[in-house]
Design a protein around this ligand. Sequence first.
Ligand SMILES: C[S@@+](CC[C@H](N)C(=O)[O-])C[C@H]1O[C@@H](n2cnc3c(N)ncnc32)[C@H](O)[C@@H]1O
Length: 421
Amino acid sequence: MATIYNSDARKLNKLIADNSIDTTITSPPYFDMKDYGHKNQIGFGQDYNAYLEDLSKVMKSVFTATKESGSLWVIIDTFKRNDTVIPLPFDFSRIATEAGWKLQDIIIWKKDKTVPWSRKGATRKIFEYVLFFTKSSNFKYYSDRTRDTKDLKEWWIKYPERYSPFGKSLEEIWEFSIPTQGSWGEGYIKHFCPLPEDLVRRIITLTTDEGDMILDPFSGSGTVPAQAAFMKRDYSGFELNAEYVKMFKTYLKKNLKSRVIEYERSTHSPSQEEFKENIIKLRILKFAKVLIKKSKIYDISISHILAIRSDETKLGAHQVSAAKYIVLIEPTNTIEQIKEELSKIIGCAPLSKFGISAELIIKTEFSEFESECENQELYIYSTSNTHKFKEKTANKKIKINEKAIISNIEISINETAYRSI
Ligand SMILES: C[S@@+](CC[C@H](N)C(=O)[O-])C[C@H]1O[C@@H](n2cnc3c(N)ncnc32)[C@H](O)[C@@H]1O
């Protein structure tokens, strides 16, 4: 039931059902420096304690209205009074915690541009706080959806086991431009300080699913409900100023259809898929390389490994792929003994951390090993570089005098291509 109530947020408990909200995203009205043009507004004309008390009342009602798995995101900033900083984000955090919220994270929203001057005793203001609270410890949070697979250094090629197949996780500093006049369409945005659309989208992606209910008790221009609707979520909101509510409705009607199509297109990300595939391939191949190296501890000499990516349907909790490793060794001990020692190596770090479900097959005769390689297209890697194949076998004879890792995985990554990003 998508509604923006032209009503006071302090009446939230009368209009929103208990345990019905998934995520609240809001920026509360400023303390006394902005007049939003309504006699009942919170902030303007109030003293600081009355202001905090009103915010506390709203946050208590939001807590009751939120589901156990739900969260609260607040974009908020400090300000100066009588030459002293008033730490509003910290005071807000205290009242929210008293209302039952658990503070999970403090994020810095770094803005791209602000005024180029500052007052005596203060550096130029360039950021605001984003406070992330949850109702319980069992909250919705999809970090994999917002991981970065583009802005990575080349290290992921040599250390694929240290990088999640979904990319690098979000940092504590988020950079988003301040919305400019006109960015919401012709003549629409006469409102004070709307939130950046991208920031709201990131939060919605992180903590909600399609169909979830998103609330903004201080909707203003309606950035939060609009993005919720564009991303196929439900929304609820409160805003005292009837003009803002009217503007939001007009804006939504005009843009909903095209923005939903845009959203649907954006949910498929081929670059993330590609990155995940590369990380898995690199991990399977590097696993063989590390196995050869570690086996020397037990005086086991592995001359060749055939690494075959296999069925990934029965993976364990932290596993990303499965592979069969056919290992050719010069027997110095019984096969059982060697198998036990190699299993020990696989069961310990670093190999146990690779997320590969590994099946080990030991061969001592080259002819047996060779027959495993028959009738398939394979790629030969040196034992020191498993991110760039040296040659394709095409069923060629494999030279026994040179150690090698052979695989049905084809990968050829040039590290220098990633060095500049
Ligand atoms: C900082 S603005 C929110 C801006 C919004 N996040 C956006 O993107 O446009 C705060 C809003 O709270 C509204 N407001 C102030 N007191 C209120 C109250 N008691 N109930 C509901 N809304 C209120 C103001 O009119 C103002 O639009």
